[in-house]
Design a protein around this ligand. Structure first.
Ligand code: HEM
Length: 474
């Protein structure tokens, strides 16, 4: 079988009226027949851009078994099997070693990397901030932040890098909602530092994949460490300042920062200073990058599919923004919501959910052993040939009305699943609809790159070229 050519970048195109964005071709080779050369090429791709390693078989079958440098792994894309593993047997899962090697140095005890009793305690302490009722209380603030930021960030007839601009906007929304704007002493510095950290530390190092001991330095990650220390410093300063206010008896804002500082009950000890810092950094990172890239891809897709764009604009124009309560905007804008969902289907912001089994389990005639690695590859699941019609095409209508009911609950999982499902899901959905409505009411976007945007994974899936766009006033 011919070797996979990782350098091919298919052109975006329309097929029968459906827009198909540029994306990596699935790897054709059967992992069970890989030669050492195939393994090395795959390892290089895994480090460069993990989504490029998605195999064709993973998009055709429910479960594909493979071996990479001696490690057994299963890529799972069968909705029933996913439910069986991630929901019914969640107590038999632990975080996969490579994932932890990437995340732990960044967020230490942060909720995304915590495990076992530590995770349980944290999730319990943090959940009150993310109940649907509490998330709704953020909506007015989200609107205010977006309305005040948009005129500075977006200027008609100018070109911008949408990735960076959307990162600024989502950072501001998150920072205002969760931290009352008190960590953004240097917003641009903070965003740039997150970028540096992700580009250097947000991908696996060959030593991680090959299971080399932790004491051996990962040279690919050194450049991100200074940026990470600056982020910790800013968050630490904000926490110190808030702690002083609480101790002095002045009434602090009832936000995430105060929750972290006052969390704790009879069963759960308060968080230590380092734990608080870790949670704050985790929520800033997890909470602005993901939504921002989802929105950026949505705007790109609409810039190409003019008929979908016209329908979205008409839908937004029909919304009476002053009379409709913000919590009803989602219901009033079903197509806009569908476009965001479809953008996250094609470009899942956090596409790889990997775990290691800690017990033997069987599903039908398939036996999994403790120590096996399970990969929920959202890139494969969301583009699966058997589960989706037109899997590579932008078809927002699949999320509307009757069509929506045909999508299995475990077939579309941009926010993950099981007890570790994204805690910020509602926050992100609410933010996305308010942001899309306010932005697309005023502006239209025209893609301004010389080559099509290429999806590249650095924990999140972002456009390699920063998504150059020309902003046009509507
Ligand atoms: C479109 C936006 C978002 C997407 C696509 C997304 C996606 C995900 C996914 C797939 C997971 C599960 C990871 C795993 O199981 O290994 C996750 C977990 C998490 N997300 Fe999100 N996320 C988004 C927005 C947010 C926001 C806005 C916040 C915070 C305000 C947030 C905070 C977290 C945290 C703390 C976890 C870890 C939960 C746990 O392990 O208990 N996310 N997210």
């Amino acid at each position: 079988m011919a070797r996979h050519d990782y350098s091919i970048r298919p052109e975006p195109r329309f097929e029968s009226g459906v827009f198909i964005p540029s994306a990596p071709l699935p790897v054709e080779a059967d992992p069970n027949n890989w030669t050492l050369f195939d393994n090395i090429a795959l390892l290089r791709a895994l480090i460069r851009n993990p989504i490029e390693t998605t195999g064709k078989l993973s998009r055709q079958q429910g479960c594909v078994q493979g071996r990479l440098f001696g490690q057994e792994f299963f890529t799972v894309a069968d909705p029933k099997l996913l439910q069986f593993i991630f929901v019914k047997n969640h107590d038999g899962l632990k975080m996969n070693n490579v994932r932890q090697q990437v995340l732990k140095p960044l967020i230490r005890s942060g909720l995304i990397a915590a495990e076992g009793a530590e995770w349980k305690r944290m999730r319990h302490l943090l959940t009150p901030m993310f109940t649907p009722r509490h998330i709704r209380t953020f909506s007015e603030g989200m609107r205010k932040t977006i309305e005040s930021e948009v005129p500075t960030l977006f200027k008609a007839d100018e070109e911008l890098f949408l990735t960076r601009t959307m990162l600024s906007l989502t950072y501001e929304v998150l920072s205002d909602a969760l931290f009352s704007g008190e960590i953004d002493g240097s917003k641009d510095g903070q965003i740039k530092d997150f970028e540096t950290v992700l580009s250097s530390m947000g991908k696996p190092d060959p030593f991680d994949i090959l299971k080399f001991p932790a004491f051996m330095p990962r040279v690919t990650k050194l450049s991100g460490k200074r940026a990470l220390h600056r982020i910790w410093g800013r968050v630490g300063d904000a926490l110190e300042e808030r702690r002083r206010r609480i101790v002095n008896g002045s009434k602090p804002p009832q936000d995430f920062l105060s929750l972290l500082l006052t969390a704790g009950d009879d069963e759960n000890a308060p968080l230590t200073a380092e734990e608080i810092q870790d949670q704050a950094v985790t929520f800033i990172g997890a909470g602005h990058e993901t939504t921002s890239h989802g929105m950026t891809w949505m705007i790109y897709l609409l810039s190409q599919d003019v008929s979908a764009r016209d329908r979205v604009e008409a839908e937004i124009d029909r919304l009476d923004m002053d009379k409709t309560p913000l919590e009803d905007w989602g219901k009033a804008l079903p197509l806009t919501v569908a476009c965001f969902e479809e953008a996250m289907r094609l470009f899942p912001p956090a596409p790889f959910i990997s775990r290691e089994l800690t017990k033997d389990i069987s599903f039908g005639d398939r036996d999994f052993k403790a120590g096996d690695n399970v990969l929920l590859n959202l890139w494969a699941l969301h583009r699966h040939y058997e589960l989706w019609e037109n899997p590579d095409g932008f078809v927002p209508d699949r999320f509307l009305g009757e069509n929506r009911t045909k999508i299995d609950r475990f077939q579309y999982l941009p926010f993950g699943t099981g007890p570790r499902v994204c805690i910020g899901q509602r926050f992100a959905q609410q933010e996305a609809v308010i942001m899309a409505a306010l932005l697309l009411k005023r502006f239209r976007f025209e893609y301004a790159g010389d080559v099509p945007p290429w999806p590249r994974m650095r924990i999140t899936v972002q456009a390699e070229n920063g998504m150059p766009m020309r902003v046009l006033a509507r």
